[in-house]
Design a protein. Structure first.
Lengths: 414, 384
């Protein structure tokens, strides 16, 4: 046998090759879009970075330069491939494309880039926390479809308890509510071995129904139970003085700091502690872990409770981080976006954070666009976050591998 | 002799599973009563406990009267059940193939708009136009349902993500469509569509009764019953239905047996979309006669609870949908008669699903002995 094997070329599965091809085509496509659509507007676009400093980018030359670069990158990807650098190239290309798009939209005017990024981070909070709640559950083998319900319950408890006893108490109330709702999930799924998807959905309905019911029956006649003073942004000493980054990351409400900490802690917890190792083990093969003496049932309970606390905290973001009140169905499907972020982020907290930021960014851009006169109907701008998620999931993420035992009740006797 | 025993045993099992269902509903009603009493803040503050209890009585009485107490109530129940049955079947079909169709809402919107277009643009005799419009709804829903199916088969993108995203996209797309000249009503500035022509409407079931324009039930109900029957036939008698079940139960086995699982994925979503699209057609052509931005409401989500409750079987789904429809119709009466908000029925539905899903719990509460009901089959999970 004399088959020459190029040892440098990695062996790719059919699917990987397909994905690589998709990446190449998308780069070329983005290049064509910027050549023909984005290069159509003359004038400079101003991006305000700090109050005293605005960067001006010439819209047309920028879009043309980008077009050439993108098509070139796409061609390289199609004919040669970037290998392990593909994702980096793609991220840089997409980022530059977004800037070109903003330049096109803002040409002849200016807007605050820093404000938009700050908004991005703020809006990603409930999705990040919700997704971490999902990850903690699913890593231990419990599918958590009830994120939406837990967020909503947290929002309600945060508003009511916060109105009665102040925002810090509201935070605790939201956490307690999150834990309470996840306790239902835990008891039904672990103790009674009910199909986890059924319980999860039932909790979503229960939470939606109960909070709407109570809002209408109690909060409407008693508005004094539904007015809370939200947390104000806190500027971290020194760090908040850094230009741009200081405003984006370090002049935020408590929630942003908490969610960043949550990502760090949960990553460390899952991959660097004994608890985390066991959690991942019982999510993959509980029987084996059980044989080795891990108390599967107890560990699952604990993970689901912690997840509930995190989700309740995420729900408190609505009343205590933004509007200072609760409205019926205030979460409006964000819990399902968080569920998508779990899968999108491949059951890793950092991946989930990335997904949440992508979603937050497209939402923030949409808000900014509606202030600029671009001629794009507002409905299409509102669609943008969902289109972006769909394209990313379908085109670049593809099949992802879930914890193997997620969804299966544990029965030690089997 | 043994055969006879088996038969009797089977009979008893069926009775006891009926008993468990009733006990589950009863448990849900008791928890609901508790919620009504506790939330009566003003009466409880004044120490009027009797008053708080009597609210429960009047609320639940209104629930019964509003759902089955009169011809009008029955008509309302039928009307509320119609889209629930269709969407319930849509979710159930997907479950059978191991897929989780959260996208019934979007498919319903797509189908509704397609049938709306036929409904106002065509001006033919009803007997041709109405079936055509319903067919258009099915095609619209099927086309929209095909998207997550194709995406899953080709790229592996999970249908839970894609259908949620498509739902949201469709909602905004409809908002935009309703403002275009093609769809928007001529004299309006808000997003509301032109009216379906009089012959293009689905005929009302009680249209033969003179002067009873309050009986809103329409022939969409028969479409829904037809869909249930077709679903039954499909599952039990057709080859593709068999492949669906095999694929849903064990994807690997189905693959090794030579079934085209990619084709099955797409087909399941197309069928699910078609049925959900007909639900949209029923709402647009029957209930409203036009389309507004959120004519799909929460039906697509309720349908998930219905399919779970009915364990994705044709009859189970039908009964679950009628139960949910009756609660819907009764809930409106309840909100009008007592000051208990209609959102209570969402709580009741959730509790019923929970209790039925956990027979062990119900049995331990009521200290009854009976056979367990098999757990409902849901989707395959995140993996494949």
């Amino acid at each position: 046998m004399n088959i020459a094997v190029d040892s440098d070329a990695p062996l790719l599965s059919l699917e990987q090759r397909k994905r690589a091809r998709n990446v190449g085509f998308s780069l070329v496509f983005l290049g064509l879009v910027s050549a023909f659509l984005l290069a159509g507007r003359p004038g400079n676009a101003g991006f305000k970075l700090v109050d005293t400093y605005t960067v001006f980018l010439p819209a047309q030359p920028f879009a043309r330069a980008l077009a050439v670069a993108l098509v070139a990158l796409g061609a390289i990807q199609l004919f040669r491939g970037f290998g392990k650098w593909t994702n980096v190239v793609l991220a840089i290309a997409t980022g530059t494309f977004v800037i070109a798009f903003l330049t096109w939209a803002a040409s002849g005017g200016s807007f605050s880039l820093t404000g938009m990024l700050q908004d991005t981070v703020t809006r990603s909070v409930p999705i990040t926390l919700g997704a971490i709640a999902g990850i903690l559950c699913e890593r231990s083998g419990i599918i958590n479809i009830a994120i939406e319900g837990q967020l909503l319950g947290g929002a309600f408890a945060g508003a009511v308890v916060g109105s009665l006893y102040g925002p810090w108490a509201g935070l605790l109330g939201a956490i307690a509510m999150g834990v309470g709702l996840s306790a239902i999930l835990a008891v039904f799924a672990i103790r009674f071995r009910v199909d986890q998807v059924i319980v999860g959905f039932a909790i979503n309905f229960f939470s939606l129904g109960l909070t709407s019911f109570l809002a209408q029956r109690v909060l409407t006649p008693h508005p004094e139970y539904n007015i809370v003073r939200p947390f104000t942004p806190y500027a971290v000493p020194l760090l908040s003085k850094i230009p741009v980054i200081g405003v984006v990351l370090f002049t935020q409400t408590l929630f942003v700091y908490v969610s960043i900490i949550a990502v760090v802690v949960s990553t460390w917890f899952l991959y660097r502690t004994r608890w985390g190792l066991r959690t991942r083990a019982i999510g993959e093969y509980p029987q084996a872990a059980g044989t080795l003496g891990v108390d599967v049932i107890k560990l699952r309970y604990r993970n689901v409770w912690i997840a509930g606390a995190v989700a309740g905290l995420g729900g408190a973001w609505w009343p205590l981080g933004t509007v200072g009140r609760f409205d019926q169905n205030i979460t409006n499907g964000r819990g399902f976006i968080a569920l998508a972020a779990v899968i999108f982020g491949r059951w890793h907290p950092v991946g989930a954070l990335t997904a949440a930021l992508v979603f937050g960014l497209s939402e923030a851009i949409q808000l900014k666009m509606s202030n600029l006169d671009t001629g794009i109907p507002s409905e299409f701008l509102l669609m943008a976050p969902y289109i972006v998620t769909l394209i990313v999931v379908a085109g670049f993420v593809g099949r992802s591998r879930a914890p193997k035992a997620a969804g299966q009740a544990y029965d030690a006797s089997k | 002799m043994k055969k006879l025993f088996n038969k009797v045993g089977e009979r008893l099992n069926r009775v006891s599973s009926m008993k468990l269902t009733l006990l589950a509903v009863l448990s849900a009603l008791i928890v609901g009563a508790f919620i009504i009493i506790v939330s009566d803040v003003d009466k409880l503050k004044n120490g009027d406990i009797v008053g708080a209890f009597s609210t429960v009585g009047s609320a639940y009485w209104a629930l019964v009267v509003g759902s089955f107490g009169s011809l009008r109530a029955i008509s309302n129940t039928i009307n509320s059940s119609t889209p629930l049955i269709l969407c319930g079947v849509s979710v159930a079909i997907a479950f059978k193939a191991g897929l989780f169709n959260i996208g019934a809402t979007g498919q319903m919107l797509a189908g509704g708009m397609a049938s709306l277009w036929v409904g106002f643009a065509m001006n033919g005799p009803g007997i041709i136009q109405v079936p055509l419009a319903v067919l258009a709804g099915a095609i619209g829903g099927a086309a929209f349902g095909a998207i997550p199916g194709i995406l899953k088969a080709r790229t592996g993108a999970h249908e839970v993500i894609t259908t949620i995203m498509l739902n949201n996209m469709m909602a905004f797309f409809i908002l935009w469509m309703l403002k275009t000249d093609l769809f928007q009503r001529e004299d309006r500035t808000d997003p509301i569509s032109k009216l379906v022509t009089a012959q293009g409407r689905l005929p009302r079931l009680f249209g033969f009764l003179d002067g009873r324009s309050d009986l809103v039930a329409h022939a969409g109900f028969f479409v829904a019953l037809g869909a249930v029957a077709a679903y039954w036939w499909f599952l039990k008698k057709s080859t593709t239905g068999f492949e669906f079940r095999a694929y849903g139960l064990n994807a690997d086995a189905a693959t090794y047996a030579g079934m085209h699982v990619k084709r099955l994925t797409v087909l399941a979503m197309v069928f699910a979309g078609a049925v959900a699209g007909m639900a949209g057609a029923a709402e647009v052509l029957g209930t409203y006669g036009y389309a507004s931005a959120n004519f799909a409401g929460n039906i697509g989500f309720d349908a998930i609870a219905i399919a779970l409750l009915g364990q994705s079987s044709p009859l189970g789904t039908l009964f679950a949908a009628i139960l949910f429809g009756a609660l819907q119709a009764g809930g409106r009466q309840m909100q009008a008669n007592s000051d208990v908000p209609i959102d209570l029925i969402v709580v009741l539905r959730a509790l019923i699903v929970m209790f039925i899903a956990a027979p062990l719990l119900v049995k331990s509460i009521w200290r009854t002995k009976s056979a367990t009901i098999s757990a409902g089959q849901t989707f395959r999970g995140w993996g494949s």
